[in-house]
Design a binder for this molecule. Structure first.
Ligand code: FEO
Length: 402
């Protein structure tokens, strides 16, 4: 059966959830599922904004046809072409052959790459920012937000109510549990961690473009944000805008330490535990420790983004850096991560490479400050090295206040 909600007069959510999918983009774990949001406007003219992933096609088509009833679909607005939203575009075009499809020039290029149906006769290419389409009581205007997080992306602003259909921006992992609005749930407890993990891993590389988009949209009166994933915002919107501002400026949300390590036999882990223990006794609160072989990098990256300091610890492996640690530092570098304080702990038995490699990878990122002399343990931490660990703990503790 259909499952829709009217989110504003004449505007309906027609999306759905997937709680079975193991990994988003076949990479990022989804323990809480994911929602794919899509919206219909029922005015003198009818509009569908984006579609959904192929996993929920049947429900989506039922939702759309239920809301439209016997009416034709006049416009299909494509804010984003990625298949988690675009998978049903061709199907909609075939179901409503007269529909006018609205997108950017790049949108139609991508449409041709994904599909075989020729829609050129029914395409409305938005060439100028702010271009408007009136549907009767509602007027839609379109703004380009390229690389948030694909090049074709635009957002749609509904002028009469001040509703922003924001594509992936302001989205989050986590399925919706009936309540569609962020103010209907305990967002901080239910969604914030997933929202940060979604932003940092999916959009994180494009901080500069997110900043441009935020600046561009700041002149609009926005009363509601309808993203393509996760809850809709209609109250306390500035709370989430502030999070996005922090994240896209690569500014930590919190002074604190996240420690992550690779450890084959527990010796490197032991150094990390000893250091965390000393930091705790100095008064550092709310620390996080992760084993890079156990915890998916997306969770660690999300916390790295949150805190001001990180401690990285790894053994040498095959005369290189331990592979899972290399992976996570490589991911950070690809995401353009910057502006943090880093302490380095290495370990080796017969050849020391890890410290050198970690230092080089961190120095390859912008505005990273290395706190303390890297400590290179030989096989296992000995009590005569405790003074060095104390010195590191002291420097990390002091750096939290700088
Ligand atoms: Fe949710 Fe970029 O697709």
């Amino acid at each position: 059966m259909h499952s829709v909600q009217e989110i504003s007069p004449e505007i309906f959510w027609v999306g759905g959830n997937d709680r079975r999918l193991e990994r988003f983009e076949n990479m990022f774990p989804l323990p809480n599922g994911v929602s794919y949001n899509s919206y219909v406007i029922l005015d003198d003219k009818t509009v569908l904004l984006d579609t959904v992933d192929s996993s929920i096609t049947d429900l989506f088509i039922e939702n759309v046809t239920h809301v439209l009833g016997n009416r034709p679909l006049d416009y299909l607005v494509i804010n984003h072409m990625e298949p988690d939203h675009g998978a049903n575009l061709e199907r909609i075009v075939k179901l409503y052959p007269e529909v006018k499809v609205v997108g950017t020039k790049k949108t139609f290029e991508f449409f041709r790459q994904y599909f075989n149906t020729d829609i050129s006769a029914n395409s409305i290419v938005i060439e100028k920012e702010g271009t408007e389409i009136s549907t009767g009581k509602h007027t839609l205007s379109f703004y380009f937000t390229p690389m948030v997080h694909w090049p074709e992306v635009m957002v749609t602003y509904e002028k009469s109510k001040g509703i922003l259909f924001s594509a992936d921006a302001f989205g989050t992992f986590g399925a919706l549990a009936g309540n569609l609005f962020a103010d209907e749930v305990d967002f901080e407890h239910v969604y914030l961690e997933d929202a940060r993990r979604y932003y940092t891993n999916i959009v994180g590389r494009y901080g500069m473009q997110v900043q441009s988009a935020l600046k561009k949209l700041s002149s609009l009166e926005i009363n509601m944000i309808c993203p393509l994933h996760g809850p809709i915002w209609r109250e306390n919107i500035s709370y989430f805008l502030d999070k996005y501002n922090h994240w896209s400026l690569y500014k930590p949300e919190k002074k604190g330490v996240v420690l992550f390590y690779g450890s084959m036999y527990g010796n490197t882990e032991n150094v990390v535990n000893a250091l965390a223990n000393k930091l705790a006794q100095k008064g550092v609160k709310d620390m996080r420790i992760y084993d890079v072989s156990k915890t998916h990098p997306s969770y660690i990256i999300s916390d790295i983004w949150k805190f001001s300091n990180m401690v990285i610890a790894s053994p040498t492996y095959n005369l290189n850096l331990y592979f899972p640690m290399h992976t996570i530092l490589h991911e950070l570098s690809v995401l353009g991560f910057k502006n943090r304080k880093v302490t380095i702990l290495g370990n080796h038995t017969w050849a020391s490479v890890a410290v050198k490699e970690m230092k080089a990878m961190i120095e390859g990122m912008k505005d990273m400050e290395i706190i303390g002399e890297p400590l290179d343990t030989r096989s296992s931490l000995k009590s005569e090295q405790e003074a060095k660990l104390d010195e590191l703990a002291d420097k990390i503790y002091k750096s939290l206040d700088e």
